[in-house]
Design a binder for this molecule. Sequence first.
Ligand SMILES: [Zn+2]
Length: 93
Amino acid sequence: MKIKCPICGKREASEYTYIGDATVKRPDVNNTDEQSWFEYVFQRRNPRGDHEEHWQHTAACRSILKVKRNTVTHKISSVDLEGPWQGQGEENN
Ligand SMILES: [Zn+2]
């Protein structure tokens, strides 16, 4: 599997580190509901098909990327930078 970093170009997946599910949203800091925090910290889906994930290009620019990947075929449909550079990614061709 290859991932096209918006800064460095297309590189082998071994240069990247999987960080986690990009669809998980942190509860508001004032939220005292234990179940909400339990689900945020411990509960993860195991989707079949398209999924959004965070990866870091640890062997090069160290950018945090949001990768849209199919968990069955491993086809990557898009890669985008996270943080203030978000929205400057492109299709993963
Ligand atoms: Zn990079």
